[in-house]
Design a protein around this ligand. Structure first.
Ligand SMILES: O=C(CO)[C@H](O)COP(=O)(O)O
Length: 157
């Protein structure tokens, strides 16, 4: 259980728009959330998922927000896009255990959900649970995540 007050970014393509609206409303009322930022898309807009996924991941990498939730049809394209931004770890999450481990094992800053895959109540529950998890830099998982970060640093131009 964390006492942190999170700054959260939320983004979706048109296939995830309805869940984005619902999750933004939940996050705006959650006492664990200090700030919630909507990165689009707007209603009836048709921005392709990588545009949103990359923009949100860049906001995380810059430190504009601590974490983010991305929604598309499956959550897959958003996670792939976000992972292209150096320093960002993102994953698709559709069950409670993976949601927990995405933070506690992998120190992911971003979870991605598929509006066409899970029901809205499960999506809302996963985001509620996710806010309680905080990575422990003293945990044995940190060295494993470090292997990924080291590779990224060695191979980035
Ligand atoms: O789910 C998506 C990407 O993973 C997106 O919402 C839909 O993509 P498309 O099937 O390429 O239209």
């Amino acid at each position: 259980m964390t006492t942190q007050r999170w700054r959260i970014g939320v983004g979706a393509d048109d296939a995830g728009y309805e869940y984005k609206a619902a999750l933004l409303a939940d996050l705006a009322e959650d006492p664990r959330v200090e700030l919630v930022e909507d990165y689009g898309v707007g209603a009836r807009e048709h921005t392709a998922y990588p545009e949103i996924g990359l923009a949100v991941a860049e906001a995380v990498a810059r430190g504009d927000v601590d974490r983010a939730v991305l929604i598309c049809g499956t959550g897959i394209g958003m996670a792939i896009s976000a992972n292209k931004v150096p320093g960002v770890r993102a994953t698709t999450v559709h069950d409670s255990y993976s949601c927990e481990r995405s933070v506690l094992s992998n120190n992911c800053q971003i979870i991605a959900l598929g509006q066409r895959v899970v029901g809205i109540e499960l999506a809302r529950r996963l985001v509620r649970e996710w806010l309680d998890y905080e990575f422990d830099p003293e945990s044995p998982s940190n060295a494993k995540v470090g292997v990924i970060s080291d590779y990224e640093q060695r191979t980035s131009a």
